[in-house]
Design a protein around this ligand. Structure first.
Ligand SMILES: [Zn+2]
Length: 244
């Protein structure tokens, strides 16, 4: 990215390139946070590595479960000389946690998630078999995140929203400075998360979206657990699954 582009605020950059184009490059540079997106495992989860100029980084929802996927993370982290400070799971579904054992063995980050997801997290290996995946024992979380917590790495701050509905223990991570929110499987581009899996609850899902997503500004970027990025404004206007 050229120095002139770097100075542009993200909403100006958007006029230049669509979000879809940025994602095709698989890399979004938003103000001072760099976001790398990987698409891992047969369920095509979005695994995000967030970092900034300090070199500190956070990995969100590592879904890697094949050696070639591990290698993609290893290459990126080495090339950028990143220190993975935290591993955060937005929720305990197997596609979002499959890479936890590898990431912890490789980088020793602190593992953070919401406590309400623990019953599902503890059954990870059983769920993995149902999806034809084989995973090692899941590492124990180092800390539980709750509503209102702020996770800090480098010069970045991620505010934790508790957003149940897809399953217990679902959280969103909101960067006020960068006007972006990582939503896990709560909301997607023109869709919403499933609520028919264990501990799913449609009314709660709609409530979480209404109270935690639609209260944000239109220009806030949404980075979902699957699919392309979108914005709060677009979903407010066009998402056919929102109960209005
Ligand atoms: Zn998912």
């Amino acid at each position: 990215m050229s120095p002139t582009q770097r100075k542009l605020p993200f909403n100006l950059l958007k006029k230049h390139k669509s979000l879809r184009e940025l994602v095709r490059e698989s890399k979004l540079k938003i103000v001072n946070m760099e976001i790398k997106t990987f698409h891992f495992n047969p369920i095509m989860v979005n695994t995000y590595i967030l970092s900034d100029e300090t070199g500190e980084a956070v990995i969100v929802d590592p879904g890697n479960c094949q050696m070639y996927e591990d290698e993609q993370i290893r290459e990126y982290v080495a090339a950028k000389k990143l220190k993975i400070k935290y591993l955060i799971n937005t929720h305990p579904h197997i596609d979002h946690i499959a890479g936890n054992p590898w990431c912890v063995a490789e980088y020793h980050p602190q593992v953070l998630m919401h406590e309400a997801g623990m019953p599902i997290y503890k059954k990870a290996r059983a769920y993995a078999v149902a999806f034809g995946l084989e995973v090692e024992n899941m590492p124990e979380p180092d800390h539980y995140l709750k509503e209102g917590d702020v996770v800090t790495f480098g010069n970045q701050h991620l505010k934790v929203f508790y957003t149940p509905g897809h399953c217990d223990g679902s959280i969103c991570l909101y960067s006020t400075d960068n006007k972006l929110i990582i939503t896990g499987d709560l909301i997607f581009e023109l869709s919403v998360g499933r609520s028919d899996l264990p501990t799913g609850n449609e009314a709660l899902l709609q409530q979480s979206i209404r109270e935690k997503i639609l209260t944000l500004d239109d220009e806030v970027t949404i980075l979902s657990g699957h699919g392309d990025p979108t914005t709060v404004g677009r979903e407010r206007k066009e998402n056919p699954y929102l109960v209005r």
